[in-house]
Design a protein around this ligand. Structure first.
Ligand SMILES: [Zn+2]
Length: 229
């Protein structure tokens, strides 16, 4: 068509990589939501077996591992020009080694645990962590600004309570999918390096670990008393 002005040439490598990552993240969020539902069900005392929970975990773990193994070459295609490439990729690789370790220890726990409540609690914390990791990656690689988190609910800063959007804003990940805002991270001594998108000095958050541990214990007590009825 002579009058055609739209330049819709073949998709660039970068565009393709972005599209693949975005759709993998979407698919993973669906799997995680269903895994989380099962874990919640177990804690509510629904007639669900630990076997269901394990099968659902295995499915999510497999997809997640495949995704992680795929991600580094894709990300290499879409780093913004001028970004310190080797540093960004090295840091992504470190994150991936940690994530694979978390998945494997989750799978080990599922195979060996004979306590379905502890397993359900551990799975919920794991799901929150993976969701936060994906949100942070979405922001780092501008995959889906403002992406909806699904039924996981918008997180808020564990310290000041301000609402957080880890898919858009920088945050400091504490643990169990919980994070603090950059203002709180700064007050707690954190020093953030813009050029590598990493922490030169991590904020002090030991008191927040304690808070999260107490919350987990409360959840467990509640779940056990419900199941004992
Ligand atoms: Zn805060």
């Amino acid at each position: 068509m002579a009058g055609e002005t739209e330049q819709k040439g073949p998709e660039t490598d970068e565009g393709l990589a972005r599209r693949v990552l975005r759709s993998e993240h979407e698919h993973l969020r669906v799997l995680l939501a269903s895994l989380d539902d099962r874990a919640r069900g177990v804690m509510r005392g629904d007639a669900l077996s630990g076997l269901d929970l394990c099968a659902s975990l295995e499915a999510a773990a497999k997809t997640l591992t495949d995704h992680i193994r795929n991600e580094e070459p894709l990300v290499a295609l879409m780093l913004p020009p001028g970004a310190p490439r080797s540093e960004s990729l090295a840091r992504l690789h470190e994150d991936h080694v940690r994530q694979i370790g978390e998945i494997e220890s989750m799978q080990r726990l599922a195979r060996t645990s004979d306590d379905v409540v502890s397993l359900a609690l551990a799975i919920r914390a794991f799901v929150d962590d993976v969701r936060l990791d994906m949100d942070v990656e979405d922001r780092r690689f501008s995959l889906s600004p403002g992406a909806n988190r699904g039924p996981g609910a918008a997180p808020s800063c564990l310290d000041c309570g301000d609402s957080l959007a880890p898919a858009v804003d920088r945050v400091f990940a504490v643990r169990h999918g919980q994070a603090i805002c950059m203002a709180c991270a700064g007050r707690r001594g954190g020093i953030y390096d813009e050029s590598t998108d990493g922490w030169l000095k991590e904020p002090r958050v030991d008191d927040l670990f304690d808070l999260l541990d107490r919350r987990l214990v409360d959840d467990e007590v509640q779940a056990r008393s419900r199941l004992a009825r």
